[in-house]
Ligand binder design. Structure first.
Ligand code: MN
Length: 324
């Protein structure tokens, strides 16, 4: 699981909770097991939500761990042309690549540690496909797609992208030096991640060495979700065990604790988690497939707009990903 790593985390700034103010560590309220399903043309995903109640995940709508899968030649799959309206898709590639094309004529490659933050807003049609090279020769594919809701006032904004290169992600370490924290968006311990968000959100990918502990301040007005991508560990004030494919929903408090178990298996030598938080939007959510709106009428309109071509289509002459 490479994403971005550093040879010596001790050179990084440490994130710590302020001991003098003794914040309350959040406790695990609920553990959710991701469902295993398939997306697009049939690539495997683990999906912890939707499935848990929307209020607990608000402002997040969906989380898919794509893979991890080792494709044989000819096996790699993606998601051909499809629309989105009313929210943002955030694609974080950990291993492997996706080629992206869309109805605004845009396109590019999301690879190894890069994040594409796409604000679908009023509507876009796009495709997310493995590059020809990966289809031909096979290879490793592992990433995350997070759907972030937009408040009603921003659902009709024009589509936009942020291409967040792996090297631009802000890096921190735990006090003990055993955990590497990648800040993709939001702010942690005074360090800001590169992602620009429409409502306040924090998005972290943390790698914990066996036996390491991460303690970090967490905004009390944000929710807190910890999803295990790989390995074993525990989370929360009471050290609730968490393993690959499980999501912990944390209760109120001003700090978050995550521990890497001393025992990891040889295939996944570290405990890797996503830590997500945001200020709940608190509006009604009506989701129908790739559309996330406030009312049923807006969903009906989205379907009609897509079917009549008002969300556009991907130009016939499009971007081709060259060799990297
Ligand atoms: Mn999509």
């Amino acid at each position: 699981m490479p994403a971005v790593t550093v040879p010596d985390p001790l050179i990084l700034p440490a994130v710590e909770v302020d001991g003098a103010r003794t914040p309350r560590f959040r406790q695990v309220q609920r553990l959710v097991e991701a469902i295993k399903t398939y997306e697009g043309e049939g690539f495997p995903v683990r999906r912890p939500f939707p499935g848990l109640d929307r209020a607990a995940a608000d402002p997040f709508i969906l989380l898919d761990q794509m893979g991890e899968v080792q494709y044989a030649p000819g096996e790699a799959k993606g998601a051909p042309d499809h629309p989105h309206r009313g929210f943002e898709t955030v694609t974080y590639m950990i291993d492997g690549e996706f080629v992206h094309r869309d109805s605004t004529g845009g396109g590019g490659v999301i690879a190894n540690g890069d994040t594409q933050w796409m604000t679908a807003g009023a509507g876009i049609v796009h495709s997310e496909m493995p590059p020809e090279r990966l289809v031909r020769s096979g290879g490793l594919f592992h990433g995350v797609q997070l759907w972030v809701n937009l408040p009603a006032a921003k659902k009709w904004s024009p589509p936009r992208y942020q291409d967040i290169a792996a090297r631009s992600v802000a890096l921190l370490r735990s006090a003990d030096g055993g955990a590497l924290v990648r800040v993709i968006a939001g702010e942690l311990g005074g360090v800001k991640g590169p992602g620009v968000t429409q409502t306040p959100i924090t998005y972290l990918h943390v790698t914990l060495l066996p036996g390491s502990r991460l303690e970090m301040p967490w905004r009390p007005d944000h929710n807190a979700l910890v999803y295990a991508l790989g390995g074993f560990g525990s989370v929360g004030a009471e050290g609730t065990p968490l393993r690959s494919g499980q999501l912990a929903v944390l209760g109120p408090g001003g700090a978050v604790r995550v521990d890497g178990s001393g025992e990891q298996d040889s295939r996944t030598p570290t405990f890797d988690v996503l830590v997500l938080g945001g200020r709940p939007i608190g509006e009604p959510v009506v989701q129908y497939g790739p559309f996330v709106m406030n009312t049923r009428e807006e969903i009906v309109q989205a379907i009609a707009d897509y079917q009549s071509g008002r969300m556009g289509s991907i130009p016939a002459v499009h971007f081709e990903a060259g060799p990297r």
